[in-house]
Design a protein around this ligand. Sequence first.
Ligand code: C2E
Ligand code: MG
Ligand code: MG
Length: 276
Amino acid sequence: MSHSTALHAQPRRRALRPARGAQLDLMEELRLALRRGQLRLAYQPIHRMRGADSSSFEALLRWRHPVLGDVAPEHFIDLAEQDGLILELGDWAFRAAAAECRRLRSVSGRSVHVAINVSALQLSSRPGMQIWLRHLQDIDLPADALSVEITERVMVRHPEAVAGQLRLLADAGVRIALDDFGVGYSNLALLGQLPVHALKFDRSLTQALVDSERHRTIASSIVDMAHRLRMQVVAEGVEQTAQAAITHELGFDFAQGYWYGRPLSAAQAEQWLRAA
Ligand code: C2E
Ligand code: MG
Ligand code: MG
């Protein structure tokens, strides 16, 4: 377990909060960054709680602007959704993550799995997911090497449009995970309607487990519900030994967080696989 190999991820990021008038410029900068190949993906390990380690990572966007420094996704994803640039951005991220997954599989000889965050806007846009599925065939990557993570917030907003595209992905073998589960809308009816394979238990809930018996009861009930629905549960934001122990005890299937590993560059992810 390496705590020292973090990509330029969290620590040195500036808290960039663009003023209203600056928003257009930020999108213009992002458009340029995309065109100039200045975006990267970081790969955060997802730890399997029981059995053999599964060599899974979540791909997370990283943008280092030459003047602004590192710009956190929380400061540009929503704007990119409003702007529509998220479609181009999402397409780039999907292709980059798929290519990296393919590469990591061949250099490590292991069944590397990569989870990709996808905006609901992407899922509700035309021509949709057939192009992505065809791309996976073109690069010879099995669809079950990938997961798509979507937030329930956006799923709630466009349920019908998203449902068809999610089914297409799921039928091809792509796994679907509901991100940030348990905060926001928590629309449980969606779980009955959509092909969801995993719930990602939100970081704020994971971090409340140590001090709150009530939160432990809630977590245990969610794990139980998920397992009855044949879904897996991932604890997000595990930062401390006590949180790792409790999530293991409560039956979580996977855990992710700084305690297990920070987001890594592609080269570091390769090293990680060699060391694991
Ligand atoms: P997310 O999908 O829930 O990703 C997890 C976030 O938690 C990441 O932040 C990760 O770096 C951070 N994290 C992981 N472990 C810990 C921990 O132990 N403690 C704390 N405090 N944080 C931890 P990041 O990379 O800043 O991404 C934020 C959000 O931006 C993501 O949340 C996701 O919703 C969105 N995002 C990132 N990359 C993409 C992308 O390629 N496409 C889209 N549509 N959204 C993305
Ligand atoms: Mg995610
Ligand atoms: Mg999350």
